[in-house]
Design a protein around this ligand. Structure first.
Ligand code: DHB
Ligand code: FE
Length: 289
């Protein structure tokens, strides 16, 4: 059976790509953020996942405001990046895992999630940069196959936190019922607090970000009690990217422990947060759910 080995959350601001391209990882501005990936690299080296399921929000590369699925799952053999206009390098294509994708899609629809299935899927910075941060030396030979899953955080109405948690739960159960021996890492990319436009542009709420990070480990369902309006008030209009964290955490259906956690503010306009959680399979715990 496939097994979810862990969950990784990270901010995905495009200027990470520019910092990598310019070799600024050790500059005073960027070092605290890039250093957060040292324990992640050690863990990846030890655990060696086969597949990364990447839960993120598309920013207009694959979907635009005219057609915006609430939840979408990729089912392609390959995913390409493209120029989004941020002036950052386009990263090499990623391999998919269509068998696992279709299994997840079938299980989600069976569990009454009416997702959009995408056999073509352009992946944006929110997908590519976290993988580049995980595997900085990979070149065009990424060590994991990938599956993109997007949550609309752009075009209102947005899905509620509680629904994203349930989606994550269903994704987790789907992965763990896939009859191939695979190690799967689940990513939730985005956040934490940020607002890119309007009168509160530049808004960051460190206190709320740290609260979210604390709840992620032991009490993630506390985060599902916030309404979208409350999250926007507390974390800024792009702070709703927190939904990707909530869905990732929902997918961890075993006993969860923290490997590492770093918060550094700001990176660009964003509360920069990286968290790596390990998921230990304890059938007794899971059966009790
Ligand atoms: C920034 C953050 C984001 O999440 C994003 O998608 C684009 C830009 C920023 O802080 O600049
Ligand atoms: Fe974003």
């Amino acid at each position: 059976m496939a097994h979810i080995v862990g969950g990784l959350t990270t901010s995905h601001v495009p200027s990470i790509g520019a910092a990598i391209a310019r070799g600024e990882q050790n500059s005073p501005y960027w070092k605290p953020f890039f250093d957060a990936f040292k324990p992640v690299h050690q863990w990846l080296e030890k655990v060696k996942p086969d597949v990364a399921v990447v839960i993120y929000n598309d920013h207009g590369l694959n979907f635009f405001l005219d057609k915006m699925p609430t939840f979408a799952v990729g089912a392609a053999a390959q995913y390409d990046n493209a120029d989004e206009g941020w002036g950052i390098p386009v990263l090499p294509s990623f391999k998919g895992d269509p068998d696992l994708s279709w299994h997840i899609i079938e299980q989600l629809v069976d569990n009454e999630f009416d997702i959009t299935t995408c056999q073509e899927f352009k992946v944006d910075h929110a997908f590519t940069l976290p993988l580049k941060l995980m595997y900085p030396d990979a070149g065009s030979n990424w060590p994991v196959r990938t599956i993109p899953i997007t949550i609309n955080s752009v075009q209102h109405p947005l899905p509620k936190a509680a629904r994203c948690w349930q989606l994550g739960r269903a994704i987790g159960k789907a992965i763990e019922s896939f009859p191939k021996d695979l190690k799967v890492v689940v990513l939730g990319t985005g956040g934490l607090s940020h607002q890119l436009d309007g009168t509160r542009a530049g808004f960051i709420n460190k206190e709320f970000d740290l609260l979210c990070m604390e709840k992620m480990l032991h009490d993630p369902e506390a985060l599902t009690k916030y309404s979208n309006r409350q999250i926007i008030e507390l974390a800024g209009s792009q702070g709703v990217e927190l939904m990707t964290w909530i869905a990732m955490r929902g997918a961890l259906t075993g006993h969860v422990t923290k490997v590492s956690s770093t918060y550094h503010v700001p990176i660009s306009n964003t509360g920069g947060a990286v968290m790596l959680l390990e998921n230990h399979q304890e059938p007794a715990l899971r059966a009790a759910e």
